[in-house]
Design a protein around this ligand. Sequence first.
Ligand code: MG
Length: 393
Amino acid sequence: MKTAALIVAAGQGTRAGGPIPKQYAPVGGRPVLAWTIAAFQEHPAVHLVQVVIAAPDAKAYAAAVSGLGPKLLPAVNGGSTRQASVRAGLLALASHQPDQVLIHDAVRAFVSADTISRVLARLADSAAAVAAVALTDTLKRSGPDGLVVETLDRANLWRAQTPQAFRFADIRAAHDAAAGAGHAATDDAAIAEWAGLAVTLVPDSAENTKITTAEDLAMAERRVAAAARDVRTGSGFDVHRLVAGDHVWLCGVRIPHSQGLEGHSDADVALHALTDALLGCIGDGDIGVHFPDSDPRWKGAASHIFLAEAGRRVREAGGRISNVDVTLLCEAPRIGPYREAMRARVAAILGIEISRVGVKATTTEGLGFLGRKEGIAALAGATVVLGCPAGGT
Ligand code: MG
């Protein structure tokens, strides 16, 4: 099941009072849109992220997404309305043939991984699923003079938020039909309703708000600052023995070598140390607890499975990976020529920006078992921010 996220960032609103559209305004030193993209990019169920932008924002967009990872497709330009922009995004996604799509407002930067999971899950038994919040305020209708005309019954009334999830073919057909008929709507669920699709409401957190005013931006800044207080660090260490062979796996990269590493899995000592460092950040055991070498499932396993699972556990615990760093201790092979490939691989496995991954190497000056080339060791560190808004890597 291939799932795409379509993020609508083509609005030119500057209601927040700044000189730039609000989706490019910084929160916690990072553009609102970058937080939003990261929330979807880091979600394990999301495979592709397509952003729709306004053509004049191309430069601001390029700066905002600099370093964001491999799931992000090149942006496409939107239309004169939100509806036209969504349609442009759906058209761009069509060549990637996603099975389902999550459509999301660029300025809802606080969407949680849990909300994304729950909205997607409802597609199993519904044609469309929409994050929504039941109304708690009393609703009044006013006349043009501002005087109350009536008080409305709020029972069964909801505020529709995003993400809104659809089967890709359904929402694409619905948007095409609406455009053909000149039918206008303010969200995609309304397009789906108009096309006769059943739409299920998925109760969402009221924290998944739009950042549209200067007041919203100030509140977002306070939320990020509060969340960033619980910073965790973890460490990891691993050694594998060098034996006869013709290659080693280090940081998920296959390196031709005059020896091989011995282990139950592929013996990627660097990924094992990194896995332990991440698990250490949330006090969740170690690699041996989750992937015991007595379990035949992990015989010869590619170690990216272990690191990806540690990353998933961190996110499940409400954590965001701030950075990971590994030091390889060996006389050979030389790491320098593979360093960038290693950083890119680790970044891809964890769904984080490459700038958040450090790979270093040192020898032990010929001393000890490492110096005698009897094995390769790796030391790793990781930093995780707990309770951060989604996307707060
Ligand atoms: Mg190991």
